[in-house]
Ligand binder design. Structure first.
Ligand SMILES: [Zn+2]
Length: 324
């Protein structure tokens, strides 16, 4: 577990979590919602370290030196089970195991927690095991469910959890958190600290994101469908994996449309540091707010559809090129 300081953005959650440690009012079951890369895992690692630490600072941060801190950082701490529901190997056995280990809780020192990332992707058997755990919570076990898709969390599960909503981070907070990073990288990260870190670790991914966004801007400036198709040609051939190949293309279109919407609604650009900022203003003037909303809606509908074959992908993409 890597401790990160300072945490970037979501100050209200930082303050709340510090208060719960100070007052000993930690909710047993928590649902942490927010976009991917917003910092949920990072916040949770910091929180678990703080909860476990034997010599916390006055600000409720971990000392990083005591035995508990050391063993957590070395990842040899058996009291915390960290699962990702998207991992096919996650069976409800792991959840049952968390339940079972409560019987021996008096043997252990420190916090016991079960963390489930991408909790919206739990399959039925695991959801049932989880529900049982929530209905009869074992003493001393904390449960943290992380998700970026609230709609897909079962209401029976959500209603038994304290919900914390993470929101994307303001540009000024990202700049403060990453003072050495260029304004273009900050703008491309779209309010997500984890995305900044990803761009820093893989500069290629930043270049790819910029290329996708720039191509969408070019497409929206172009009237003729044939010219639009030509610009998008590489996306048709890129891979044959249907929906998964379409995701980055759709997510980049959503970002462009969001920026256009912001210009239309507030007459200011959200990302003035991007190289195509002036083109966005021109596009924003040429269309109505209702048209942008409709295009965004179409993009998101397509996002949630299950496309499995290259033909489906091609048709869907062509329709989108016509509609935006
Ligand atoms: Zn410590």
């Amino acid at each position: 577990m890597r401790y990160t300081q300072p945490l970037v953005g979501n100050q209200h959650i930082q303050t709340y979590l510090q208060k719960t440690i100070k007052n000993g009012t930690i909710a047993n079951a928590q649902l942490w919602l927010g976009p991917e890369h917003v910092g949920k895992s990072t916040f949770l690692i910091n929180y678990l370290l703080s909860l476990n630490c034997q010599q916390r600072t006055a600000e409720q941060t971990p000392c990083l030196k005591c035995q508990q801190c050391q063993s957590l950082q070395r990842d040899n701490y058996t009291n915390i089970i960290w699962l990702n529901a998207a991992d096919k190997a996650v069976k409800f056995d792991a959840i049952k195991q968390a339940r079972g280990s409560s019987l021996h809780s008096s043997l252990y020192q420190g916090v016991r927690a079960l963390v489930i990332e991408q909790a919206d992707r739990l399959h039925a058997a695991a959801s049932n095991a989880l529900l049982k755990l929530l209905e009869e919570p074992p003493v001393g076990l904390y449960l943290f469910l992380l998700s970026s898709d609230r709609e897909r969390i079962l209401p029976t599960i959500a209603s038994r959890c304290l919900t914390l909503n993470f929101t994307s981070v303001a540009v000024v907070d990202l700049q403060a958190g990453f003072p050495q990073v260029s304004s273009q990288t900050i703008a491309l990260a779209q309010g997500l600290p984890g995305q900044v870190q990803l761009f820093l670790a893989q500069p290629k991914s930043e270049a790819q994101r910029l290329k996708l966004l720039t191509t969408w801007v070019q497409i929206m400036q172009t009237e003729a469908l044939s010219a639009r198709l030509q610009l998008a040609q590489s996306w048709f051939n890129q891979d044959k994996s249907g929906q998964s190949g379409l995701q980055p293309v759709l997510s980049s279109l959503s970002l462009v449309l969001h920026d256009i919407l912001t210009i239309q609604a507030q007459h200011v650009a959200q990302s003035p540091d991007l190289p195509y900022a002036s083109e966005l203003h021109v596009i924003a003037q040429r269309r109505t707010l209702a048209e942008t909303v409709a295009a965004l809606h179409k993009t998101q509908t397509l996002w949630h559809r299950q496309l499995t074959t290259p033909i489906q992908k091609k048709l869907a993409l062509t329709n989108l090129l016509l509609a935006i």
